[in-house]
Write a protein that binds this ligand. Structure first.
Ligand code: NA7
Length: 537
């Protein structure tokens, strides 16, 4: 595949066949656009293809996480659990791809290495790891927010001779823990889902924790066929609600002030939220808890009390209580019997703040205190988030400008969808976009982008690029709305920090932390005004 003369082979190339890529293809193809999706994995699903570790599941309610664009899909697909497990989600994405015959415009096992803008021909030229070239007028990146897994930067990572897996590159075959001494590094959302599952069958599980996280109960449950019939009737209301809430979840903001509630009333609300399924404790709490340190200290103390109640050994419990950040200032992991896992005789917690990792060896892991012999080592060590998948491709724009250089001090975008010097390139779930309940945000982003491409085609325009003024104003706006949020003063993937990646030591403003309705209002206005704030040709 290549370009014929100076004209590109495709109208649009999409990188990635996760939720963003699948919906991009569906939409663009409906607009009679010649589109090809290039995916590194062997099948569709993105995040839900790669993250197949035991216990992987939604933390968002299944019914609010599914796509809303097709009535047929809503009518035909039954969710069987309130928070869908990974195998079911992967089946769901495959169901959609089969239903709309999406695979015929997809190529798998294709890892893009370079993406270069050709100014003269006004097209993008992509080259994969085998040297194959693909060209298109427009480029849509649909590469996901958390797709580039990272290993710990400790000596000896390659030396371990036992089984070793990163949770985001979990094997397709069943992994057995029986009779094995298993070690896991990390205690983020992923580890918190998988630790209780591994603990059930491993002979011994050692959890190597650097930073504890504030996890609260998920309260998952089955969905019966009768319940699904009722849920189906409520879909319009449910999506209407998601369109109004700050992060597109069904959990609505609480506008009550913590300072007007008595200690008993606070306790009552928190007990209620702690017993509710999903993100309520995080998102429907008093309005001050995510912005006012004193309010945050109070709710953190409540969650700490719960941890102390649930973990039998007081010393272990204390290690599991976060000390360097407050509740809700990192993405809150949702757990199912996570804290109770530490009451099992076969589970041991190693606090890496007290005894850091010295090295990984052929036989296991050595801390500054002792050797841990292991048969299996699991890396639940997270991702080079948000910009990681962009770092992995050599993007070259106008006049040889490199994306890595443009984003050297943190992302600079226009509307989160476009970047100056990179004409005709659109990002789904790129930096500076509102994430929250991802599929809700994906649907909006894909619709905005496909409408924009449609506008360009119908107006005989073949080039769109944001202006430096537009980028400066949007980037400033994104920085402004992030001010005052306690989360933006804490190291986490949401603030772009990954201690294992050399250029990710400093906090950046990686995402849009204003409300999703505000994000949509601002970006929809630009579309309504005919994209006149862009430079069009
Ligand atoms: P996270 O949330 O980034 O967690 C990664 C974990 O790995 C976290 O506990 C890290 O500790 C730990 N880590 C990373 N590197 C090391 C080293 N070198 N030594 C010890 N511990 C380390 O990734 P997840 O996959 O759990 O979750 C990602 C998102 O997926 C989640 O937020 C949801 O949105 C879904 P640290 O905190 O850096 O001290």
């Amino acid at each position: 595949m290549g370009s014929v003369g100076d004209s590109p082979e495709y109208d649009v190339l999409v990188i990635g066949a996760g939720l963003s890529g699948c919906y991009s293809l569906y939409r663009l193809r409906k607009q009679n656009i010649k589109v090809l999706v290039l995916e590194a994995g062997d099948s569709v699903g993105g995040t839900w293809y790669w993250n197949r570790y035991p216990g992987a599941r939604f933390d968002s309610e299944s019914t609010s996480y599914g796509f809303s664009f097709s009535q047929e899909v809503l009518d035909e697909w039954d969710w069987t659990e309130q928070f869908s497990p990974q195998p079911e989600t992967e089946r769901y994405i495959n169901f959609i791809c089969d239903k709309f015959d999406l695979r015929r415009n997809m190529r798998f096992g294709i890892r893009i290495k370079t993406a270069t803008w050709n100014e003269q021909g006004r097209f993008w030229s992509l080259v994969d790891s085998n040297g194959q070239r693909y060209t298109s007028r427009f480029l849509v990146t649909a590469m996901g927010v958390l797709c580039d897994p990272t290993l710990p930067n400790v000596p000896g990572v390659d030396d371990f001779k036992g089984e070793a897996f990163h949770t985001a590159r979990w094997p397709h075959e069943k992994v057995s823990f029986e009779g094995k001494k298993v070690g896991i590094i990390g205690t983020g959302a992923t580890a918190i889902q998988t630790i209780p599952e591994i603990a059930k069958t491993a002979e011994h599980l050692t959890v190597f924790q650097r930073t504890p996280n504030w996890a609260v109960p998920l309260h998952n449950a089955k969905i019966t066929t009768e319940e699904m019939t009722e849920i189906r009737k409520e879909y319009p209301k449910l999506f209407e609600l998601c369109a109004k809430t700050r992060m597109c979840f069904i959990h609505d903001a609480n506008f009550d002030s913590i300072w007007e509630a008595s200690p008993e009333e606070r306790e009552q609300l928190w007990e209620h939220l702690y017993a509710q399924p999903g993100f309520g404790m995080w998102l429907s709490n008093y309005k001050e808890i995510l912005v006012d340190q004193k309010a945050n200290d109070l709710v953190s103390e409540f969650v700490a009390k719960k941890i102390r109640q649930r973990v039998n050994d007081p010393e272990t419990a204390e290690k599991l209580v976060p000390k360097n950040h407050g509740f809700g200032t990192r993405r809150v992991p949702m757990e199912t019997s996570y804290f109770e896992a530490y009451n099992r005789p076969n589970v041991q917690l190693v606090d890496l703040l007290e005894t850091p990792i010295k090295q990984i060896k052929e036989t296991g892991l050595e801390t500054t205190k002792e050797n841990h012999d292991l048969d299996m080592l699991i890396y639940a060590t997270g991702f080079n988030a948000v910009t990681g998948s962009f770092d992995a491709i050599d993007f070259t724009g106008v006049d040889g400008v490199k994306l890595r250089e443009v984003w050297d001090e943190g992302p600079r975008t226009y509307l989160g969808f476009t970047v100056q010097h990179f004409p005709n390139m659109f990002m789904v779930m790129g930096p500076h976009q509102a994430y929250g309940n991802i599929p809700r945000s994906v649907e909006y982003a894909v619709e905005w982008i496909s409408n924009c491409i449609e506008h360009l085609r119908t107006h005989d325009l073949s080039r769109i690029e944001p202006t430096s003024r537009g980028v400066a104003a949007w980037t400033e706006h994104v920085h402004d709305v992030s001010k005052g949020l306690l989360a933006n003063e804490v190291d986490s993937w949401m603030t772009g920090v990954n201690k294992n990646v050399a250029h990710k030591q400093k906090r950046i403003v990686a995402r849009y932390s204003g409300s999703a309705p505000e994000f949509r209002e601002r970006t929809a206005k630009i579309a309504k005004d005919g994209y006149s704030t862009f430079s069009l040709a």
